[in-house]
Design a protein around this ligand. Structure first.
Ligand code: GTP
Length: 598
């Protein structure tokens, strides 16, 4: 098939608007995957993904389609992850395409994530085909939603396709539109090789599998390739297409999408966005837009049993092979012992890693509250970065503390504008703008500290809008603020892993509610436990966890203790997620208490 009959496209959709269902239908219709091999939702193939109903890793599928004009076309669908944490990866997969399907749920409408991705696609000059999905639903309002798309994006929707991915309606129209509206890749097979990596994953048997789009030139088995950002060189063991299972081929040309295996040791060496060229005949410049993923959110990970430290380190080493955005270094906490300070792209990324450590590596962990990176100017003018609140230098040692700010857009039905503005204001947000793209839906634009967003903002936004609002944000830069360190003491011992950095004006309120929350969350012991919050040496809030009553104690510890312990250990298969600090057992929830403050 000549390059003129190649079409590379991706699907842009908000979570749950039907991207995976539609992708399945395309694979089915083009008989890329036989009905009986068809696992539900072929493209999302990580278990965790399926359980959470979100797309984390992107993948690709090559289909062969004979159009109504009688010609055979090769269609490459490049899947994109659906979460703000992974927006850089989305941008790279879009760059690998000439067009995109914009899938919008006809009963819902345009959401923030959809908008953000459409802007990325428009920046790349992609051809965009609007598809209204779920028109089978009784609540579908295609006219309203089309108007919304035109209004919000300025996209001509006169030829939008009405589809029901679930019922298989509109699938053929979509395939025809891909063939006729999306331009073919340009044929630059004669130029020096430049191929864009849009995904990679680690395979324990073959090393890293790299997914890429050949932009210029050609590449074949046995070629010695050079990765232009990582500057590493490898020989290609295998090259192939994704249909969607791997099918080896000899050679891939400009415009094609495929994978290579080249005994690459870790995804770090073949990062998303890097350019592949030939070692013997290198391109003069890499493809534009390469960025190194930069962790934005940090937390401490501690094994509940000190003995498991080495296991945790091994597990992190293994996860890192497959996740170049994950960073970690040893952290020693006076209260918690040995653990790691880990950096993530965002909260979802953090939850995924934590869950995989517990599930796939069977670790029992305690995770501390998320923090951002603060920039601190010391008295001598030196600027340091602090990702761990307990390490904020004292006011005597520092001049200025700066924190990261983001530009936030929230799209919401008009009814929830009030509660959402209140939320943003309460999170130190600066109101910037309010736009109406239909009479009933509004975009709120704020600038606010990232720290206020990593603490439970998303859940608050969802609950205040009954699930209807959606959000999107990007990093703006650092700004100075009056920030102070809030210390927490449990049973008269400072717990460094509970320390946090807060704005001076909020310190009293946060301290007070945090102490109250900890009082609820830390289980009673035989003795009274004081819980205090302070700034420097000044206590600003305190409470007491009352001791257990005698009769309860009797019940708890009556009978043969060692036998009971054995029994308990057997039951402990379910993780206990608790850390002994001095003589007090502090449960996981307590470390996250700050996320649950009113
Ligand atoms: P993420 O992978 O989380 O981004 O979601 P997605 O956009 O891939 O959505 P998915 O395909 O998983 O569909 C979400 C839900 O909508 C599923 O329960 C589907 O069965 C349902 N769904 C998808 N398409 C249609 C449709 O055309 N009509 C109806 N009624 N339901 C649909």
């Amino acid at each position: 098939v000549p390059v003129s009959r190649f079409r590379n496209f991706s699907i842009i959709a908000h979570i749950d608007h039907g991207k995976s269902t539609l992708a399945d239908q395309l694979l089915r219709w083009t008989e890329t995957v036989k009905e009986r091999e068809m696992k539900e939702q072929f493209l999302d193939n990580m278990d965790l993904e399926r359980e959470r109903g979100i797309t984390i890793k992107l993948q690709a599928a090559r289909m062969s389609y004979t159009a109504k004009d009688g010609e055979e076309y090769v269609l490459n669908l490049i899947d994109t992850p659906g979460h703000v944490d992974f927006s850089y990866e989305v941008s790279r997969s879009l760059v690998a395409c000439e067009g995109a399907l914009l899938v919008v749920d006809a009963s819902q409408g345009v959401e923030a994530q959809t908008l953000a991705n459409i802007y990325l696609a428009l920046e790349q000059d992609l051809e965009i085909i609007p598809v209204l999905n779920k028109i089978d639903l009784p609540g579908a309002e295609p006219e309203r939603v089309l108007e919304e798309i035109e209004e919000a994006i300025g996209l001509d929707c006169s030829n939008a396709i009405m589809a029901s991915a679930k019922m298989g309606k509109g699938i053929n129209e979509i395939l025809e539109a891909i063939v006729h509206l999306i331009p073919p890749p340009s044929d630059t097979t004669e130029d020096p090789l430049r191929a864009l990596i849009f995904d990679s994953y680690y395979d324990p048997y073959r090393g890293v599998i790299v997914y890429f789009r050949v932009v210029d030139g050609k590449v074949k088995v046995g070629d010695r390739i050079r990765l232009m950002a990582s500057k590493k060189e490898y020989e290609i063991d295998e090259i192939g297409i994704l249909s969607p299972t791997k099918v080896p081929v000899e050679e891939l040309h400009a415009g094609e999408v495929g994978y290579i295996a080249a005994s690459i040791k870790a995804v770090e060496d073949a990062r998303v966005g890097d350019t592949i060229t030939l070692a013997s005949q290198p391109a003069t410049s890499p493809l534009p837009g390469y960025k190194e993923a930069k962790p934005m959110v940090f937390c401490g990970l501690f094994p509940t049993e000190t003995d498991d430290y080495a296991d945790l380190r091994d597990a992190l080493d293994k996860l890192k092979l497959n996740d170049s955005a994950l960073s970690y270094e040893p952290e020693t906490s006076s209260a918690m012992g040995f653990g790691f300070r880990c950096g993530f792209l965002g909260l979802l990324h953090m939850e995924i890693v934590q869950e995989r450590l517990e599930r796939e590596y069977d670790l029992d962990l305690v995770v501390t509250a998320p923090s951002v990176i603060y920039r601190v100017m010391l008295n001598d003018g030196e600027i340091i970065e602090v990702d761990n609140p307990s390490q904020l230098p004292s006011p005597q040692e520092r001049e200025v503390v700066e924190e990261p700010y983001i530009h936030l857009e929230v799209i919401t039905p008009e009814d929830y504008v009030g509660p959402l503005m209140e939320l943003c204001q309460g999170r130190r947000g600066e109101f910037k703008d309010m736009k109406y793209f239909t009479p009933t839906r509004t975009t709120l634009i704020y600038e606010l500290p990232l720290a206020e967003v990593v603490t439970d903002f998303f859940d608050q936004m969802k609950s205040r809008s009954r699930g209807y609002a959606s959000m999107e944000y990007h990093f703006l830069g650092y700004r100075p603020n009056e920030l102070v360190k809030l210390n927490i003491m449990v049973n008269n011992e400072p717990v460094d892993s509970l320390a946090m950095i807060v704005h001076r004006d909020k310190a009293y309120h946060v301290g007070k509610s945090l102490v109250e929350k900890l009082k609820e969350l830390i289980p009673r012991q035989q003795f009274k436990i004081p819980v205090q919050a302070g700034i420097g040496t000044r206590i600003i809030a305190s409470a007491h966890i009352p001791p257990l009553r005698k009769d309860v104690l009797a019940k708890c510890y009556g009978g043969d203790i060692s036998r009971k312990k054995k029994l308990l250990q057997k039951q402990a298969k379910g993780k206990k997620r608790m850390k002994a600090i001095g003589t007090v057992d502090v449960p996981q929830e307590a470390f996250m208490a700050v996320l649950k403050l009113e």
